[in-house]
Design a protein around this ligand. Sequence first.
Ligand code: 6GU
Length: 240
Amino acid sequence: MRFDVLTLFPDMFTSYLKESILGRAIERGLVEVGLLNIRDFAKGPHRTVDDRPYGGGEGMVMKAGPIFRALQSVERLEGRGPVVLFSPQGKPFTQNMAWEMADYQQMILVCGRYEGVDERVRSTCIDMEISIGDYVLNGGELAAMVVIEAVSRLIPDVLGGERSNREDTFENGLLEYPHYTRPQVFRELEVPPVLLSGDHEKIRVWRKLQSLKRTRERRADLLQNAQLSAEDKAILKNLL
Ligand code: 6GU
């Protein structure tokens, strides 16, 4: 999978992409990230990338030309996915979208800054607009990193053998159960005895109960869409 990122701040990505699981995925060639500085495609002695909005008003707008030329310079691979623009006006990013994206060979990610990008770039070059939540960031860079990470970890072999994404929060529509590791007592707080029982069936049911409880308490909205088994429904009924 190749991500080509158009940004005014490529340095924001470099240290993040070097570390941990993502860093290893890139090292192993499972994920490639190309960083393009939009300013390199700007013209004039000042390499201007933004300008005042027609019609007046606050803030600056990213000019169409530099983004357009940067997009033209990106090599389009066969089986490429969408050109994505990050903005708070976009469609909210979800785990399901991440799974769909994990099948693409390439994604081109455009990071907006300032008040936004010229509408003519948006309407002619952008296939999809994505937001990562209902709050305002200074630009799309963090959102692009969020998408790169969420998608990359779904690509086969990116997560090592002992890790898995099948039990992650959201993968079954529920929040995860609580986790414990050694020591058995921490500040007089004990690990729930069932986890020490060695009874795998009991442990499974306990975890399912915790998962359902948490989801109901914290994210009741998720329960509406979760795929609940007959057992889940029975446990939930007992919780009420
Ligand atoms: Cl993708 N961009 C900006 N600037 N703010 C955001 C966002 C994106 N998603 C949530 N807030």
